[in-house]
Ligand binder design. Structure first.
Ligand code: ADP
Ligand code: MG
Length: 458
């Protein structure tokens, strides 16, 4: 069967098939062969397939086909949980849609809202957006309408419906036509299936790749057990040992907080592992610049929070390290899914302290496979330990914590204003909560002794 014949089985227009072969696509992946015909028939679709299995094209190709049969704007709305993923999907549409002069726009936070407003008013065929910014536009201007869209796509649907975006998504849905095709995709969709079925309300085609294990077969999954206080030295040693065997492969290191991400990035840069950082506390332009440097292999290490855990497709990533195990077990699947994509191999290493054993078991239960323990050279770790901790302390000083927290507070206050809350009231509630939490921590640490006041109350 020739390539052309293969893609022809979907009854796609010649120009689409040509574009597919020009970007090197030969054989459709299972999610594509199963979902594309059903979407072309007009059905709603819920597609669950592992990370890197080609879910994006499973919705892009049928949308392009239907668009060229009846082109108008705004034809399709694609929602994603993160800004960088929105850009990536828009790029995919731009490349494939070139022959029909496809007009698209990306509507995400952190970028010029006026410019976005102008683009939206010019009737782009495809809008790729994160929910927050799109909701802002819907509330603040009437120069565009989503009332005629034919397709609504939720990429990383379970994340979009996990609660964080509820308000914005409700607002967006209220602006969509009742008759439309809904396409929902993710690697971890099962816990939101009922919610998704409710959104569609009509006949849904549900496709799940049959598999006992949630992660990709070609992925080697390891953990390193290390004491909590020496974790950063273990991280550096793990990178050093990896680099002796693999000098070039791109590495993503995930942390759980923006501050950890920034501090670790500064520390690693200082000790000779050039890297870029991607997290919510830097500007969108810095985020995009960091990603561009990483994608183009100008730097080979990316330090990131979970803003990079969903959907990003960077084929050169060969190693994912979890500096800290994710709090939500299923996010592990997405983080390690940044490597071993589209049939390639890849490796994941998770640093585990004795406090994390339960979390490790929760992850193993989620993915239905055990991680293998690997060791790094303890002697080497003890030799680099002092240097790493001194460098990290210096990074803390350099970070200018006040500035960092001020930015964080400004972001929080903006969010409260958008939610219709009083920012002063919320800030004082937050301070009270954090004081209580710190007191609890200290009490535990000092066995309650320091906190018995004169009248005997703690
Ligand atoms: P997912 O959304 O399932 O995680 P993506 O849609 O990001 O995966 O695709 C992962 C990679 O596989 C991309 O680089 C994409 O270009 C490539 N890809 C998609 N479909 C095919 C195919 N049919 N043949 C070869 N490569 C493909
Ligand atoms: Mg994807």
């Amino acid at each position: 069967m020739s390539d052309k014949e293969f893609f022809n089985k979907f009854n796609l227009n010649d120009w689409i098939i040509k574009q597919c072969s020009s970007i090197g696509l030969k054989i459709a992946t299972p999610i594509q062969s199963n979902c594309i015909p059903e979407i072309l028939k007009g059905k709603d679709c819920i597609g669950a397939a592992k990370t890197g299995s080609g879910k994006t094209l499973a919705f892009t190709l049928p949308i392009l086909q239907k668009l060229c049969e009846d082109p108008y704007g705004i034809f399709a709305l694609i929602l994603t949980p993160t800004r960088e993923l929105a850009y990536q999907i828009a790029d995919q549409f731009a490349v494939l849609g070139k022959p029909i002069n496809l007009k698209h726009c990306v509507i995400v936070g952190g970028m010029d809202m006026v410019e976005q407003g102008i683009k939206l008013s010019k009737h782009p065929h495809i809008v790729v957006a994160t929910p927050g910014r799109l909701a802002d536009h819907l509330e603040s201007c009437n120069t565009f309408t989503l009332s005629r869209i034919k397709f609504l796509v939720l990429d990383e649907a379970d994340r979009l419906l996990s609660g964080q975006f509820d308000k914005q998504i409700k607002l967006i849905f209220n602006n969509l036509p009742k008759i439309r095709q809904n396409l929902f995709f993710s690697a971890t969709i099962t816990d939101t299936l009922e919610q998704l079925k409710e959104v569609t309300g009509k006949e849904v085609f549900l496709y799940e790749t049959p598999s006992e294990i949630a992660t990709v077969e070609q992925l080697e999954q390891n953990y390193i057990l290390c004491p909590k206080d020496v974790k950063d030295a273990y991280l550096v040693q793990a990178i050093r040992e990896y680099r002796t065997k693999n000098q070039k492969g791109n590495i993503i290191i995930f942390t759980n907080t923006c501050k950890d991400c920034q501090i670790l990035s500064m520390t690693l840069n200082e000790v000779g592992f050039e890297n870029v950082a991607l997290h919510a506390m830097i500007t969108q332009l810095q985020r995009l610049a960091a990603l561009t440097r990483f994608k183009s292999n100008t730097v080979t290490i990316l330090l990131a929070t979970d803003v990079a855990s969903r959907g990003l497709d960077i084929p050169t990533v060969e190693l994912v390290i979890n500096h800290t195990i994710p709090k939500v077990p299923k996010e592990y699947i997405h983080r390690v899914g940044r490597t071993a994509r589209a049939g390639r191999g890849g490796k994941a290493i998770t640093l585990i302290t004795p406090y994390d054993i339960k979390m490790l078991q929760a992850v193993e239960k989620e993915i239905n496979i055990k991680l293998t323990e690997i060791k790094v050279d303890d002697n080497e770790v003890s030799q680099i330990f002092t240097q790493i901790s001194v460098t990290k302390s210096e990074a803390h000083i350099k970070l200018d914590e006040d500035d960092f927290y001020e930015k964080k507070l400004i972001n929080k206050r903006k969010k409260w204003i958008l939610e219709g809350l009083d920012p002063d009231e919320e800030e004082s509630k937050m301070l009270k909560r954090s004081r209580k939490k710190n007191t609890k921590k200290l009490k535990k640490k000092y066995n309650n002794k320091l906190f018995i006041s004169n009248d005997g109350n703690s």
